[in-house]
Design a protein around this ligand. Structure first.
Ligand SMILES: C[S@@+](CC[C@H](N)C(=O)[O-])C[C@H]1O[C@@H](n2cnc3c(N)ncnc32)[C@H](O)[C@@H]1O
Length: 189
């Protein structure tokens, strides 16, 4: 019951369907830091060919029909995918570890594969202030693993992905109607 409430709140407060629109039709997907599996479930429902979700917090992982839901970090997964999603996860990881994770993702994408990252835009000062308060409460209550709280500006994050070898990198705000400054970044291998 608690999980369902959490998933519903997540759905209502996060523009998951706008993120989902970046997923190519019929793709195979790896969702890194999948939480309770909301995005993975939406991807499966929207017709993804295969969905693997990986999440290190054992409290959040449970069977979901049509999804391979695995406990662990991204490095427990092998094989390649048409798409990899990382949704509101990077900010929980120390910034000096981002390149390594993103490089592993690049290696796990097939040719032309799509990286889908959702974070928050730190340049949106008012909305990001509200986000910071909420995240500090969630971290203090141990609702989410990870102590880091790091965001990168859209321009710097785009430059980071290009430096790592991603192409066609696009960032855009998808927060219209939401209190948080949701930022979507899509890039290709
Ligand atoms: C805010 S939640 C987002 C969950 C899910 N992606 C969603 O959008 O609903 C952040 C998730 O990142 C996970 N996480 C923390 N550190 C991680 C890491 N190093 N690698 C992968 N996931 C991590 C946490 O366990 C948590 O479930």
């Amino acid at each position: 019951m608690r999980d369902r409430v959490h998933i519903l709140l997540r759905f209502l407060t996060s523009p998951m369907l706008r993120v989902l629109s970046a997923l190519p039709a019929g793709a195979t997907l790896l969702d890194v830091g999948a939480g309770h599996g909301l995005f993975a479930a939406l991807a499966h429902a929207s017709g993804a060919r295969r969905v693997v979700a990986v999440e290190p917090d054992i409290r959040k992982v449970r069977p979901i029909a049509g999804i391979d839901f695995v406990i662990g970090f991204d490095d427990v997964i092998s094989g390649t995918f048409d798409a990899i999603s990382i949704i509101d996860v990077l900010y929980k990881i120390p910034i000096d570890e981002w390149d390594a994770l993103l490089t592993r993702c690049l290696a796990r994408l097939g040719p032309g594969g799509v990286l889908i990252v959702k974070e928050q835009d730190p340049t949106a000062r008012f909305k990001n202030g509200w986000n910071a308060v909420q995240e500090r409460i969630a971290t203090a209550l141990h609702l989410t693993l990870g102590q880091a709280f790091t965001y990168e500006t859209p321009a710097l994050f785009k430059a980071r992905l290009e430096r790592l070898g991603f192409v066609d990198v696009c960032t855009r705000r998808i927060d219209f109607g939401y209190p948080h400054p949701h930022l979507l970044c899509v890039a290709r291998r």
